[in-house]
Design a protein around this ligand. Structure first.
Ligand SMILES: Cc1cc2nc3c(=O)[nH]c(=O)nc-3n(C[C@H](O)[C@H](O)[C@H](O)COP(=O)(O)OP(=O)(O)OC[C@H]3O[C@@H](n4cnc5c(N)ncnc54)[C@H](O)[C@@H]3O)c2cc1C
Length: 216
């Protein structure tokens, strides 16, 4: 196997590819020969969803009446409301994290000002105008959706496409090329760090087994 990178070419007996299905689907890594059709279909059936964080910091001691060391909650949704959930003052800190997901995340995450405005409006909707005064100006936002190394937060299976996770995890090129990561989990751990770690181990075990077979 040969991996060509801007920093040079690496040769190896086997390659484990752990980039997201967002990166795979964008075609920024070119496979030669091209991937088998069922692998390419699996990637197409596992696009990336988006979850973004908007972090605001309290300007003073006001915690909007919340007294526990950590509060986790979400707004009661009306149909069409943006999905948002919140963690406030984790472990008695002075910051509050808003998570925005789905369509609203794809819309606002690339624009920090829009993301901050959305989070502030949601705080206002829950706690009234006093929520406006308690947070300092600005804030911190993430945007994994446009980050070329991720292009989303984690994979989801298109309706009818859940079998794609197993297909993507199947070794190809005679066991020399293996995709791994959260997207390949079939045990309910897709979309998690734990799933990603377990899948890396699965792929490594396959490579080691493959090597042993070749040597004996
Ligand atoms: C906001 C948010 C909150 C989350 N919360 C949780 C949580 O509470 N618990 C949980 O378990 N999971 C959570 N997740 C999900 C978790 O982060 C992912 O499921 C996990 O990181 C997936 O791991 P992975 O190794 O499969 O892929 P990734 O983490 O995407 O790793 C792929 C790696 O490949 C690299 N890469 C990409 N392209 C290239 C290239 N061309 N060349 C070289 N390297 C490249 C990337 O830089 C990256 O390091 C959250 C995710 C987000 C975005």
């Amino acid at each position: 196997m040969r991996v060509e990178t801007p920093q040079g070419t690496i040769s190896a007996a086997s390659v484990i590819v752990t980039v997201s299905t967002g990166v795979l689907g964008a075609g920024s890594i070119v496979f030669d020969p091209p991937l088998p059709a069922d692998t390419a279909d699996a990637i197409a059936n596992l696009p990336m969803g988006l979850l973004s964080k908007v972090v605001l910091r309290a300007r003073g001691a006001d915690r909007l009446g919340m007294t526990e060391p950590t509060h986790a909650f979400r707004r009661l949704d009306r149909l069409g409301d943006p999905f948002m959930s919140f963690i406030a003052w984790p472990r008695d800190t002075d910051h509050a994290i808003a998570f925005v997901g789905g369509g609203a995340a794809w819309e606002v995450a690339p624009d920090p000002r829009a993301a901050l405005d959305l989070a502030r409006s949601q705080w206002r909707a829950m706690f009234g105008a006093k929520a406006d005064g308690i947070f300092a100006e600005g804030g911190f936002t993430t945007d994994w959706g446009t980050d070329p190394h991720h292009l989303g937060a984690y994979s989801y299976a298109r309706p009818g496409g859940a079998g794609a996770r197993e297909v993507l995890g199947r070794p190809i090129a005679g066991g020399r090329l293996i995709f791994a990561g959260e997207a390949c989990r079939t045990d309910g751990m897709a979309g998690t760090v734990g799933g990603a770690v377990l899948d890396g181990r699965r792929a490594a075990a396959l490579v080691i087994g493959e090597k042993d077979r070749r040597h004996h």
